[in-house]
Design a protein around this ligand. Structure first.
Ligand code: RFL
Ligand code: PHB
Length: 394
């Protein structure tokens, strides 16, 4: 027998986008149901982003989930770009007056799950066969299965927060949806280790053998990445091989501070730029990775998702509290303008900092010249800084 549910907003996906939307709506007394095809432990365990823009921090504070972030997050006033051993610091604070906070996506997600529990609203985990329908009707529906039972949710709006491989984007008719994509010819191999970071600030390095990034999660936990081949498998990379390659790419001076230990986690992620337009169809709204992907080089994926949710939650609040649909009607156009600017920055920094197999000697010299220009020009450094700390919402 099919179980029927009613709610105001049905949220597909309980990653950071879905959870934060639920939290903002819950604070205003708007009812939501969240569905996810995974369970909570799996979702909390996914190691992903690590750098929060100030706007993201403020959004989490408004949502009432920033206590642990303020206690444990690490404020960073700058980071280094390195090119064949030459280092240049981007002084975020001096160039923009603001900074970023290092606090893992895993922790953001845990804080949001606790808040959701405290609100006592409904969750369905481990669901399958999720089908959003009747998107142009007054009461769209979302069908799904859980533990062998069929369910159907009737709602006012559906929020498609189900990531790049979700079902929401695919529910928009093909003759309406436009997609734009660039797949990069390499991946990032990431490693998590319980050792103090090799440097107090992040280092993004372009070395002739490929890109490397030294990041962190806490004063005692480091997150390191190297550019790898798309055909590589994690099993090709023993810890020893990773450490040797990472140290080479950082250069001897920096690597002298590197402390190694057995890895806690190792995984490979492909790099992609992707945008789908529009981000609204009828009463379905897309947000976060469901609508767009950036390569991780600018640390923008999570921040972009949170920026979408700030706009979408305000638009839904205006509908429910003031009866105004203006912000819902302009949602797609408003957020896409910013999405494209962030896509541009992530693409540019990725293009500058990686070794592309197809690059000719001319293009390699162009990369070097761009780095030298940034290192010698306050204006060029400020452009990087302004994008890194986060562009305004509108
Ligand atoms: P998420 O986090 O992917 O959450 C989507 C949720 O939807 C669920 N889902 C479904 N639920 C129901 N029905 C379906 N049919 C469903 N299909 C999927 C999924 O189980 C999941 O729980 O998207 P969201 O919330 O938009 O958040 C976006 C961020 O997670 C993302 O932008 C960043 O993590 C991107 N990203 C990184 N960003 C950075 O800024 N720095 C990084 O270092 C970084 N590393 C990464 C990343 C993304 C990765 N992915 C997606 C493979 C590393 C990886 C491996
Ligand atoms: C991370 O810490 O995982 C991280 C930091 C900065 C990036 C990408 C990933 O640009």
């Amino acid at each position: 027998m099919t179980q029927h549910h009613k709610t105001q907003v049905c949220i597909i996906g309980s990653g950071p986008s879905g959870l934060l939307l639920a939290q903002f709506l819950g604070q205003a007394g708007i009812e939501t149901i969240i569905l996810d095809r995974r369970d909570r432990t799996y979702i909390e365990g996914r190691i992903r982003a690590g750098v929060l823009e100030q706007g993201t921090v403020e959004a989490l504070e408004e949502a009432g989930v920033a206590d642990r972030l303020y206690a444990e997050g690490l404020r960073h006033d700058g980071f280094d770009l390195a090119f064949d051993g030459t280092r240049h610091r981007i002084d975020l604070k001096a160039l923009t007056g603001t900074s970023v906070v290092v606090y893992g996506q895993t922790e953001v997600t845990k804080d949001l799950f606790v808040a959701r529990e405290n609100q006592g609203q409904r969750f369905f985990f481990d669901v399958s066969d999720v089908i959003p329908s009747d998107l142009k009707a007054d009461k769209p529906t979302v069908a799904f299965r859980q533990n062998g039972e069929d369910h159907i949710v009737s709602c006012d709006y559906i929020a498609g927060c189900d990531g790049f491989r979700g079902v929401s984007r695919a529910a928009i008719p093909a003759d309406v949806l436009k997609t734009f994509e660039r797949v990069y010819p390499f991946g990032w191999l990431g490693l998590l280790v319980d050792q103090p970071p090799v440097s107090d600030e992040l280092i993004y390095a372009n070395h002739t053998r490929g890109f490397a990034l030294a990041s962190m999660r806490s004063p005692t936990r480091s997150r390191y990445y190297i550019q790898c081949d798309l055909s590589d498998d994690v099993s090709d990379w023993s810890d020893d091989r990773f450490w040797e390659e990472f140290a080479t790419r950082l250069g001897p001076d920096t690597a002298a501070n590197l402390k190694t230990a057995p890895s806690l986690e190792k995984s490979i992620a492909p790099l992609r730029s992707f945008v789908s337009e529009p981000m609204r169809y009828g009463n379905l709204f897309l947000a976060g990775d469901a609508a767009h992907i950036v390569p991780p080089t600018g640390a923008k994926g999570l921040n972009l998702a949170i920026a979408d949710i700030r706009v979408l939650s305000q638009a839904l609040l205006a509908h429910y509290k003031d009866g105004s649909d203006h912000h819902l009607d302009t949602y797609s156009e408003t957020v896409l303008k910013r999405v494209w600017k962030v896509e541009r920055f992530s693409w540019q920094l990725s293009t500058l900092m990686h070794q592309f197999p197809e690059n000719t000697p001319f293009e390699k010299r162009m990369q070097r010249a761009e780095f030298d220009y940034i290192a010698s020009s306050e204006a060029a450094s400020r452009t990087i800084a302004e994008n890194y700390v986060g562009l305004p919402l509108e």
